[in-house]
Design a protein around this ligand. Structure first.
Ligand SMILES: NC(=O)c1ccc[n+]([C@@H]2O[C@H](COP(=O)([O-])OP(=O)(O)OC[C@H]3O[C@@H](n4cnc5c(N)ncnc54)[C@H](O)[C@@H]3O)[C@@H](O)[C@H]2O)c1
Length: 663
């Protein structure tokens, strides 16, 4: 049976053979045993409803075993036999190119070269799921293959509720992930709902099919690391950056360190993650011995050559080594998955990787205590190094939050965190408030030459815009032009032919319309998918990350993310998604995003102008209302350019006056 027939059949008519556990790929850690006996029965009923009753006798014990052994029912038996990767768009069976593009993006998110735990349908971040189980995948692909432009597919946390009549300007797919009643949004609620098979953690770009491998984050990480290093005194070459994590997003750090011209050391406890990044060329050298590692680090620093090292071990051991050996560290951060601290996001010091995995499933309370103890040691070492001049920033992974919850010495006397997040210091005021964010595109032909053409077009557009851009954003423009010029050379593509580029509303719209024109003229051989990370100016309400530089008290509201997605959906997005969780953790953030297909038509041109303008400017407006000066500047510019835009602007009260009222 060929690929097309496989897709069209959905759940196969004959029960497939069971699939043996495949030790050659990285697997999700065993999830904790959270369900009661009655709830386990419910989970089984929930799983079996995807299949005809004749199969239940075989599947019931098998799924119960999966639940016992892995804490989830993945339905491994139904994993397709074909290779998982983004095929050229014309290879997908579909009645509309829009649906075919979504299928391509789903398969890209599950590509073994890209996904963190592909057989558990996890793309990144330890728990960032595309679907909860393989039945959902099979049904969704079948729906996409058969739907028309008069239908919309509705997805509840990976579960395809069905196709509903709509119209050609409506999104083809509307996705919600992890949306729960707010009082039931604690980490254990996720464990329970996910084990029951009724909800999932979609992260940001996992459950919205917009993940493009670590490239997606290399650019943002480069901007962050580059600007963090610009805050240091003296020249950047030879400066030392220490951090952790070589996983889905964190794996971009060594590459970004090299691009920024730094010497970097990244600790990683999972040897298969380290191996993957080394093999892909994202990190230059791997070391197990700290003395040998630092001999090499010193050599690179002396030569002032940009070089990236992986330390195969625990970040706490690395920090404590630096303290003990009085090593001067210039920049420090952390990218363990602390948004998910009890289920494999953070590995405590003093325990092997295997022992930690066992403990988190079998002795969750003990594991929790060891993680918290490790965090206290972690912070103590970081504090000692910052006292000696290291600049440390939180990398949006809930490091500060979880350390404070662990009772680590991370708070100032006024109760605020000792360190700033990268959004507070860097990304917020420099990028998000001006509308710069992680715009991205995928060439659906799969051809590198199409990507080259898009790179060239994007560069020309940016160069032209930068001729007249105001000084407030000239550095951002320049950094982005430098990035796109070097993008090909930096070999950033893993999986689909994709590119990321930080751009503001003007840049995004002009680049997108230029692509659409080039598709129309045949200069680009097939449609292009546009999208972005949710980690952006407007898609995400996240008080400890994207909106951590909102200081009017509204950072705990989620109106912006909801409006963003609703607005995108009626302005022409091809698909939209809204998620609870993502980045900093379940219950900590609401984030939304979109995908849009450019096919060279007038319709695409109309949609892209309307949707991108809203997609960026709604976030700037909210940031402006929060009294962020950079955003006020940006939204006034936008209003000048578009008289139909009328935004409520804030007045500033005199601080002395307000203080005096409460004297
Ligand atoms: N890169 C970015 O721009 C960015 C932005 C915002 C947030 N984040 C956050 O960064 C975190 C990492 O994201 P990811 O996709 O790479 O997750 P991931 O789970 O794929 O990778 C994290 C890695 O950290 C390793 N690790 C855990 N504990 C460790 C320890 N004590 N010592 C050494 N290594 C350890 C894990 O083995 C894993 O490989 C997430 O919380 C994410 O939300 C990243």
């Amino acid at each position: 049976m060929n690929f097309i027939q496989n897709i069209l059949q959905g759940i196969p008519p004959e029960l497939p053979e069971p699939k043996p556990y495949d030790p050659s790929v990285s697997h999700a850690p065993k999830r904790k045993d959270i369900l009661t006996q009655e709830e386990k029965k419910l989970a089984l009923h929930n799983a079996l409803r995807y299949f005809k009753p004749e199969w239940h006798e075989v599947l019931a014990p098998e799924f119960a075993k999966e639940l016992k052994e892995y804490g989830r029912i993945y339905m491994y038996r139904f994993r397709p036999n074909y290779k998982m990767y983004a095929r050229p768009i014309e290879e997908y069976p579909a009645k509309t190119k829009q649906a075919a593009a979504i299928m391509l993006m789903i398969q890209n998110n599950l590509d073994y070269a890209i996904a963190q735990h592909p057989q558990e349908l996890i793309t990144y971040g330890g728990n960032g799921a595309v679907f909860q189980n393989w039945a959902q995948y099979l049904l969704t692909m079948q729906y996409l293959a058969t739907m028309t432009e008069e239908q919309t597919l509705v997805l509840y946390s990976g579960h395809p509720l069905g196709l509903f009549p709509s119209h050609k300007d409506a999104p083809r797919v509307v996705i919600t992930n992890g949306m729960v009643i707010p009082n039931y949004s604690k980490p254990d609620d996720w464990e329970r709902f996910n084990a029951l098979g009724v909800s999932q953690y979609g992260q940001m770009t996992a459950g919205s099919y917009m993940y493009i491998g670590p490239q997606g984050i290399v650019h943002g990480t480069t901007i962050t690391v580059l600007n963090a290093s610009r805050m240091l005194q003296g020249e950047i070459a030879g400066k030392l950056f220490i951090t952790s994590g070589l996983g889905g997003m964190s794996g971009a750090q060594p590459k970004a360190g090299n691009i920024a011209g730094l010497v970097s050391v990244t600790a990683e406890v999972n040897s298969s993650a380290t191996h993957k990044r080394h093999e892909q060329g994202w990190v230059d050298e791997v070391h197990h011995d700290l003395d040998m590692l630092f001999a090499k680090v010193k050599e690179a620093q002396a030569k002032k050559t940009a070089r990236s090292f992986a330390y195969s071990g625990n970040i706490v051991d690395l920090w404590e080594y630096c303290v003990k050996n009085k090593i001067h560290v210039d920049l420090g951060s952390d990218q363990t998955s602390l948004h998910n601290p009890w289920a494999g996001g953070y590995y405590p010091v003093g325990y092997s990787f295997e022992e930690s995995n066992r403990m988190m499933a079998e002795e969750p309370e003990k594991f929790r205590a060891t993680v918290q103890e490790s965090l206290r040691r972690h912070v103590d070492a970081v504090n000692k190094l910052t006292a000696k001049g290291m600049y440390f920033f939180d990398y949006g992974n809930a490091f500060l939050l979880e350390s404070s919850r662990a009772g680590a010495n991370i708070l100032k006397p006024d109760g605020k965190f000792k360190y700033q997040s990268y959004v507070q210091d860097i990304m917020g005021p420099m990028c998000f408030d001006y509308g710069f964010g992680p715009f991205r595109w995928v060439c659906t032909s799969g051809k590198p030459e199409d990507l080259d053409t898009t790179d060239k077009i994007a560069m020309e557009v940016l160069q032209k815009i930068s001729e007249n851009s105001p000084k407030e954003i000239s550095r951002q423009m320049q950094d982005n032009i430098t990035w796109i010029k070097g993008a090909k050379e930096n070999k950033l593509v893993v999986g689909s032919q994709a590119r990321i580029l930080y751009a503001d509303a003007e840049g995004r719209i002009k680049i997108a319309t230029a692509f659409n024109q080039a598709i129309k003229e045949g200069k680009i051989s097939a449609p292009v998918v546009l999208g972005r990370d949710h980690h952006d100016v407007s898609g995400t309400d996240s008080p400890f990350r994207e909106t951590s530089n909102i200081y009017d008290g509204s950072s705990f509201t989620a109106d912006m993310a909801i409006h963003n997605v609703i607005g995108d959906s009626f302005r022409g997005a091809t698909w939209v998604s809204i998620h609870n969780g993502g980045g900093v953790g379940w219950g900590e953030v609401i984030n939304g995003g979109f995908g849009m297909l450019l096919d060279g038509t007038e319709d695409a041109d109309r949609r892209v102008k309307s949707m991108l303008f809203w997609d960026v400017n709604n976030g700037i407006s909210r940031r402006a209302w929060a009294r962020n000066n950079e955003a006020i500047f940006a939204i006034k510019r936008a209003m000048n350019e578009n008289p139909n835009l009328k935004v409520t602007l804030p007045n500033f009260a005199d601080k002395k006056l307000v203080d005096s009222v409460f004297m």
